[in-house]
Design a protein around this ligand. Sequence first.
Ligand code: HEC
Length: 701
Amino acid sequence: MSLNMLLPLLLGLLLLAACDNRSSVVDGSSANATSRPAAPDADTGDVEWRQHGLNAAETRFSPLRDINSDNIATLGLDWHFDYPTARGMEATPLIVDGVIYTTASWSMVFAHDARSGELLWLHDPQVPREWAVHLCCDVVNRGVAYADGKIVSGTLDGRLIALDADSGKLLWEVQTTDRNRPYSITGAPRIVKGRVIIGNGGSELGVRGYVSAYKLDSGDMAWRFYTVPGNPEDGFENQAMEVAAETWKGGPWWEIGGGGTVWDSMAYDPELDLLYIGVGNGAPWNAKIRSPGGGDNLYLSSIIALDPDDGSYVWHYQTTPGDSWDYTATQHMILADLDINGRQRKVIMQAPKNGFFYVLDRRTGELLSAEPYAGVTWATHIDLDTGRPVESAGARYEKNSTGLHLPGPIGAHNWHPMSYNPDTGLVYIPKQDVPYVFANDTEFAYRPGYWNTGTDALPAALPDDPETKAAVLDLVKGAIVAWDPVAAAPRWEIQHAGPWNGGVLSTAGNLLFQGNSGGHFAAYRADNGAELWRFDAQTGVMAAPVTYRLDGIQYVAVVAGWGGALALVGGEALKAGPIPNRSRLLVFRLGADKQLPTQTTTPLVLDPPELTASAAELLDGQRNYLTFCVFCHGDGAVSGGATPDLRAMTAETHQRWDSIVRGGSHWQNGMVGFAGVLDQQQSENIRQYVIERARITLDSN
Ligand code: HEC
């Protein structure tokens, strides 16, 4: 599609967005504020953060209020620790018995004294660096689980490891995946009734999703639940798979795998004894290629309730039937008891990628409400009677319609944790609007181990025409939405410079903490969103903060370090601008005033060589760039800061291009060689495309 064809589509979308005003919000100042925070806690006992989401319900709301909206001005840095890695940091630390356990990139695990920051031990699982090519979204890890003196953690190459919490000594290690498929683990395990529950990722690279349970004491597998059916000729593992297979038509989806990976969220209700898992998108994204005969494709994009004892199916709710847009339902899930229409309900809440905020009865999966919390073009609404979305005309690009869609595959909300604050009654959602042009890939061919979306990436690249580009970028936004789950409506928003901001924490001190893509860690009033405090972290902060109290001192801790999916692929859509990765743990308390070392950032110098390629060679270069490189080096070769900006390569790097790109000479740092899929001419065409991007940047400045 040519660029001037994009403009009318874009205007059409803007109109659509204007009509769909359901997610407009009221001004923060008129929010029905709860009053001032209560006086500091009279109780001064230790309060830790011993589970990923703070508790089994995963509320991420701390009852601590020693630090509160009245005294936050004196919050300062108490200590920090710089990690030896320089890629995306997404972990929620745990604080157990005075020790803070966290992970850095490449699945490394660190233990520090939670008062002083002293490093107690570290475990490097030695992930082969070439595994990076099997990852959609950076070499990240979202944290560990703790129980019975053991720290359990997943690795990028699919291992689950148990370490002695005191010494860091390896107790057991199991391979949870088939190493011949591009599986990965980035999510935090959960421990339920003596079993470690772990999922995996890799859908668009070609895998079949599942979640497994391993015995905490031995590492032996207890059960496994697949989320999508395998080849029917091999028989089904259970009745849930037999039911699911009815909704997949005209295979062979099992060759690519079908997707449905459980790569992040889980929650557990001890009273109902139900384990909830969030299930991901289809592989490939394009439903027509995956299941040519149509169908819902269970259990893609679903929340599933399982029996934690044997992993058997209890109920499911599918947020996006027949998903074609990478609309995962792997986003954070929170359990709460809410008064809805005069009835006390046990609910589970999720803001999946598809832009609707869902409240379900968590005993049965009954849908209670689903309203848009962000810009949505793919569906007009969710029908509460049928529980199904009513899709917009033209949403199904696989039928050869095309246009700009919201949300894009990065989601209106990604993995960044939310928080449910019972004092304000609000769920805080780190939301974003990042549109995307989905287009049918009419020449799809399965490439094992590489990206297999079934969409044509060319129309999705940000156009060069200044007017169209400005109009697209105008749609890109990032915010915190304060969502009232009882009223099923937003109360207020905090606007950010751009998308891909951090996970959130709220506290009984009327505080809401969040880091952002602009390099700050900030605190807001939980009742109305007014900003109270900010700290320059010198790097983007994506991970969710935690808080704890030891010896009567309340601390706030956050893992900082720019990276992750949109930081790598976003290009100019990262409106806060490029920012370096500085991977560190930051810990704050009242009255502290330590400083981070001052940093200088070197500006990009663009000095590209001559462009010699023909238009056809440039197009070939762009296509292959979008197929193999964009996920790490950014749309239009514009880096978000966490990987090298290819436009700024030195003459020497241009010289060595082919040995880096095909030969893999930088593989130790996660830059694998592409000799298996690119010939020398194709590699050279990509280089020419990168030169063109540098020249266009110079010309537009
Ligand atoms: C899985 C992520 C990933 C993918 C995919 C990827 N790269 Fe890289 N690339 C990196 C990282 C990380 C570095 C930095 C390596 C280092 O620091 O030594 C890098 C470095 C480079 C460099 C050296 C840049 C410099 O200034 O030193 C070049 C050239 C390069 N990549 C080209 C490509 C091309 C072309 C593709 C697609 C065919 C590609 N890369 C795909 C992650 C990736």
